[in-house]
Design a binder for this molecule. Structure first.
Ligand SMILES: Cc1cc2nc3c(=O)[nH]c(=O)nc-3n(C[C@H](O)[C@H](O)[C@H](O)COP(=O)(O)OP(=O)(O)OC[C@H]3O[C@@H](n4cnc5c(N)ncnc54)[C@H](O)[C@@H]3O)c2cc1C
Length: 371
């Protein structure tokens, strides 16, 4: 049986980031993914600058490979069925749009470690201080990065529907169709109860339209209402409007996964249920948790069996619940007032205060290091 230091189960953004960072630190890593890349992933592909910061990647470098990375400088938001949207424009680029089929493959190739595609992790056993995976690989450490249906996460946590977002979407080339969606301004259409939203995100010549809700309750009624609203309010290619052809997926929001680490095992990304509750953003938490897991593993100084699972769980803050505490009718009214919409976008979509806090922490570290 072959032995490696670390097996990463899943090569999405979380797994590839962790593998990339571990590979750079000289660990012997093997990534197993059930799919073959490029594989598609149901996702709007909206990313915040934090993603590129963690990956140490510039838009120019990414685009040099001929891949789409759409600059975004604002948002157009409305609360359904209100037809008057609010446009929020920023002075600089605040996010980007990528195609997941391209992005995920790029990151996995860039990881520079051994990847076995088309091989799902199907069996797991703990024998002494090792994991036996699929009966032919053994590893001292196992990183669960298999997304919502990660077998490693299932090993650690009982099945549950807590904190699940239910979503459906379609992505297609625009190909000369009439389309009123501007790539630099993604559009968000919040449900009346603010428990979900629809979106139109254009990335170069591709349009992604979808709808997600924190509860499956009356999902179809809401998505139907959203599509009906799109029909009368926006110009999008006709084939977008048959939502019964949209692809579905679910993923878990932060705070609903009891165990994100255990003996010789860490969960990252969707496997750990880390998406931000207000925006549903999951890519930034995926790459951040992948990088933090790698740092925790490297900090064990090669004693992989003694990786500090508790320290990892604390540093990703997986159990921290955030949430809107504004009463619903007030929140709905506020979403019509431009400065307040900007406040909400800054706080819950762009997470500006997190960045300020990180910058302050970095400055503090630097100042203390030079004392
Ligand atoms: C409709 C929708 C829209 C979204 N839009 C956005 C958005 O615009 N921006 C954003 O930030 N987030 C968005 N998200 C969330 C985002 O897609 C996820 O949070 C993100 O993909 C998590 O990355 P990950 O690497 O943890 O998991 P994934 O991207 O799901 O990758 C998991 C990988 O594991 C592999 N795998 C699965 N099972 C096994 C197995 N048994 N063995 C081996 N490999 C396995 C899969 O093939 C896959 O490659 C959206 C989600 C949905 C459903």
């Amino acid at each position: 049986m072959r032995h490696v230091d670390v097996v990463v189960a899943g090569g999405g953004p979380a797994g590839s980031t962790c593998a990339w960072a571990l590979g750079r630190a000289g660990a012997n890593v093997l990534v197993l993914d059930g799919a073959r890349f490029p594989r598609d992933k149901v996702c709007a592909g909206w990313i915040t600058p934090r993603v590129l910061e963690v990956l140490g990647l510039t838009p120019e470098e990414y685009r040099a490979s001929g891949l789409v990375m759409q600059d975004m400088t604002g948002f157009r938001t409305s609360v359904l069925p209100n037809r008057r949207p609010v446009s929020t424009r920023y002075e600089s680029i605040v996010s980007y749009g990528v195609r997941r089929c391209e992005f995920d493959r790029y990151l996995l190739r860039r990881a520079g470690v051994e990847v076995v595609e088309g091989t799902a992790v199907s069996t797991l056993r703990r024998v002494a201080d090792r994991w036996i995976i699929n009966e032919h690989v053994s590893a001292t450490l196992l990183v669960g990065a298999g997304g919502q249906f990660c077998p490693v996460a299932r090993h650690l946590n009982p099945p549950s529907r807590d904190g699940l977002v239910i979503a459906r979407e379609i992505e297609l080339p625009i190909d000369g169709d009439r389309c009123s969606i501007d790539g630099s301004v993604p559009e968000l259409y919040f449900c009346h109860d603010l428990n979900g939203y629809g979106w139109c995100v254009r990335k170069g010549n591709f349009l992604n339209v979808g709808f997600g809700r924190r509860t499956g309750h009356e999902f179809q009624t809401h998505v139907r209402g959203f599509v009906q609203w799109l029909k009368v309010s926006r110009t999008v290619p006709e084939r977008v409007l048959d939502w019964t052809h949209w692809r579905g997926h679910a993923y878990r929001l932060r705070g609903a996964t009891p165990h994100v680490a255990g003996e010789g095992v860490l969960l990252i990304g969707d496997a750990a249920g880390l998406a931000w509750p207000e925006s549903g953003e999951g890519i930034a938490p995926a790459v951040e948790s992948g990088a933090i897991a790698a740092r925790t593993i490297v900090a064990s100084g090669g004693h992989f069996a003694s990786v500090d699972a508790l320290a990892y769980a604390n540093s990703i803050g997986a159990t921290a619940k955030t949430g809107l505490s504004v009463p619903m009718p007030l929140a709905r009214t506020l979403m019509r007032v431009p400065p307040l919409v900007r406040y909400a976008l800054d706080r819950w979509f762009l997470r500006v205060s997190d960045h300020r806090e990180r910058a302050r922490a970095l400055l503090w570290e630097k100042q203390n290091a030079s004392m």
